[in-house]
Design a protein around this ligand. Structure first.
Ligand SMILES: Nc1nc2c(ncn2[C@@H]2O[C@H](COP(=O)(O)OP(=O)(O)OP(=O)(O)O)[C@@H](O)[C@H]2O)c(=O)[nH]1
Ligand SMILES: [Mg+2]
Length: 224
């Protein structure tokens, strides 16, 4: 087998496992989101803030991937979001088997809303389905306006794009409109939200989207 064939086979096996996970999530009515961004765009901070805003309404949990350390899961648990850390030991993305294995250690499951915080990377996570309902891509205003066109796969695939750290805009020359235009060129159906976990801007819109998507899933699966 050549490299392309090996890659195709790996992705096909991953898709099979992701389908199994998807049907498990459907059985219990969990809404599952895969959060993808480059390192440090604000995934964990967004989840900390989301947990504090939605704790009274929804049962939530998180599975977090990092190459090393349990730091993010610890941060989330400290924010009262039950979390399991997957340490990939070098792999730059989560795959469906890691989620399947990780779930055996998640005593908090099932939940209404399961967040998967992927390893910080805009490239490989785009290729791996994890049984999620949809992917959420985060791009912070400090990363540069060219990123959607330079990393088109994840911006084409994500159903929601969060432009994070917008509180920093006064210090930067980041052209929000230009970035949003690029994202819309890559995906016609994408929902774009400008957020700051620090000032709270956009957080209510994001939480409202989560409430609505959770309700849709509940109605679709009939699980309450
Ligand atoms: N100004 C500002 N800083 C933020 C915001 N959100 C996160 N940060 C900061 O950005 C840095 C990285 O945030 P994290 O939430 O750890 O980012 P991450 O995407 O989880 O990082 P990795 O898991 O390592 O990929 C931290 O210093 C945060 O305090 C925000 O809304 N505004
Ligand atoms: Mg993180």
């Amino acid at each position: 087998m050549n490299r392309a064939e090996i890659r195709k086979r790996i992705l096909a096996e991953n898709d099979e496992c992701a389908d199994r996970l998807r049907s498990q999530f459907e059985d219990v009515g969990s809404l599952v989101l895969d959060l993808v961004s480059s390192p440090g765009a604000g995934k964990t901070t967004l989840l900390e803030e989301t947990a504090s805003r939605l704790a009274a309404e929804l049962d939530m949990g998180a599975i977090v991937g990092d190459i090393a350390t349990e730091m993010d899961a610890e941060r989330l648990r400290h924010a009262n979001l039950p979390a399991h850390q997957i340490i990939t030991g070098g792999a730059c993305h989560l795959d469906a088997r890691m989620i399947e294995e990780g779930m055996k250690h998640c005593a908090f499951l099932p939940v209404d809303l399961l967040f998967v915080e992927n390893v910080g990377n805009l490239v490989c996570p785009a290729s791996y389905a994890l049984g999620e309902d949809f992917k959420v891509v985060l791009l912070s205003v400090t990363e540069g306006e060219d990123k959607p066109f330079k990393y088109p796969a994840i911006f084409s695939k994500a159903k929601v794009a969060l432009i994070t750290k917008v509180d920093l805009m006064p210090q930067l020359s980041f052209d929000l409109e230009r970035v949003e235009e690029q994202i819309r060129t890559l995906s016609q159906d994408v929902r774009i939200i400008r957020v700051s976990a620090w000032t709270g801007e956009g957080m209510e819109e994001w939480c409202q989207l989560l409430r609505q998507e959770r309700m849709k899933k509940k109605l679709a699966t009939g699980v309450h």
